[in-house]
Ligand binder design. Sequence first.
Ligand SMILES: NC(=O)c1ccc[n+]([C@@H]2O[C@H](COP(=O)([O-])OP(=O)(O)OC[C@H]3O[C@@H](n4cnc5c(N)ncnc54)[C@H](O)[C@@H]3O)[C@@H](O)[C@H]2O)c1
Length: 437
Amino acid sequence: MTQPTLKPADGKLGVLLPGMGAVGTTFIAGSLLARRGLGLPIGSLTQMGTLRLGKRTDARSPLIRDFVPLADLSDLVFGGWDLFHDNAYEAAVNADVLSREHLNAVEDELSAIKPMESVFFPEFVKRLRGENVKAGADKMELAEAVREDIRRFKRDNALQRCVAVWCGSTEVFRERADVHSSLSKFEEGLRRSDPAISPSQVYAYACLREEVSYSNGAPHLTAGDVPAMLELSRETQTPISGKDFKTGQTLMKTILAPGLRARMLGIRGWFSTNILGNRDGEVLDDPESFKSKEVSKLGVLETILQPELHPELYGAMYHKVRINYYPPRGDQKEGWDNIDIFGWLGYPMQIKVDFLCRDSILAAPLVLDLALLMDLSHRAGLSGIQEWLSFYYKSPIVPAGLYAENNLFVQLGKLKNTLRWMQGEELITHLGREYYD
Ligand SMILES: NC(=O)c1ccc[n+]([C@@H]2O[C@H](COP(=O)([O-])OP(=O)(O)OC[C@H]3O[C@@H](n4cnc5c(N)ncnc54)[C@H](O)[C@@H]3O)[C@@H](O)[C@H]2O)c1
């Protein structure tokens, strides 16, 4: 495939978040702190990662942000929508992720970020009630109102380009319906307020119509898994990616499982349970929202272990995932894994993982990277599903007929090779014959 022509990252980039809760405000506050030199953007590949170019003997390993033209942190302008009126400072204080010392250092900038009125249908998030919600005669009118928000945000902030990353609550599990099957059916569905069209789909539609790339940080059905959105993404030449940020327990799973599979060790069972007490946990306490998450979390092991190729190792594996809402923990989730493995001649062993993590601290750098890399994709003229960004997702979207690649290290290789390809550098295959010739 021919190398794309990259447009420069000139001017300001708007980062729009549908949903400005714990993850959204931790991302915004952290980016503001990092650009003032008051904190390091740890966990962000675009800010701290390097990639090797050429041979191992060439000693060329630039920072990714020096290798590809990414928007600079100082050129980002933040905005978004939320069900609540709280500005980003108030929402961040409520989320209780970052310290007052950190938040107060950027209070002026955070307080100025006020959420726009949201699109909300309560049947899609049953545990929340909206206060800051748009009114409209039908879903198309709501989509038009979101489009107008985007145009105004661009005008008021003199922005060159915008990207959107969904940081809103997880919506209830829904299968694709006929209204999702084509763009014309979807638009017709918007006009008659089809009940199968969710709030996140209204945002995604509005964003793509405004040529704003759309990333889905939650597991529900929105963008790349909806044919109508794929059609719109191609029509407007705007990239989409998703879904469900890969952070705590699933990150660990996609680090550990490839290692066990690489050594041909068997797995009899993998039991994962979590306690968390933030608003995300409260929403996921609703069985229908949990179902969206469960489907997303369960899928990862199948494609990494490929039991169809190794029935004697993984064919009988029992995989169970639980999420328990436990308010005292707030955002400080604890994830336990018990893995029953077996080795030589079938002798059993166990692995226990106890990850005391901080959900939003792990998710915030992913929002930053997705914003910057989706903007890069757009400037490279790429549209449709950006599978090269599956590194960031629990449940990567792929075209029909392809299985998703969930192995974190394969995903990282794919991401870095895509950057090399964009810049006309040789891809790295790790064959390494040249060192012995
Ligand atoms: N933190 C992680 O590690 C992680 C990992 C994977 C996925 N996620 C997902 O990211 C999302 C955000 O997580 P969080 O911890 O910030 O949750 P949160 O509850 O703190 O924030 C979500 C915000 O979205 C708002 N919201 C809900 N529906 C909306 C709508 N239609 N329009 C505008 N705003 C809306 C809510 O009012 C809330 O402020 C969740 O869907 C979560 O499942 C988080």
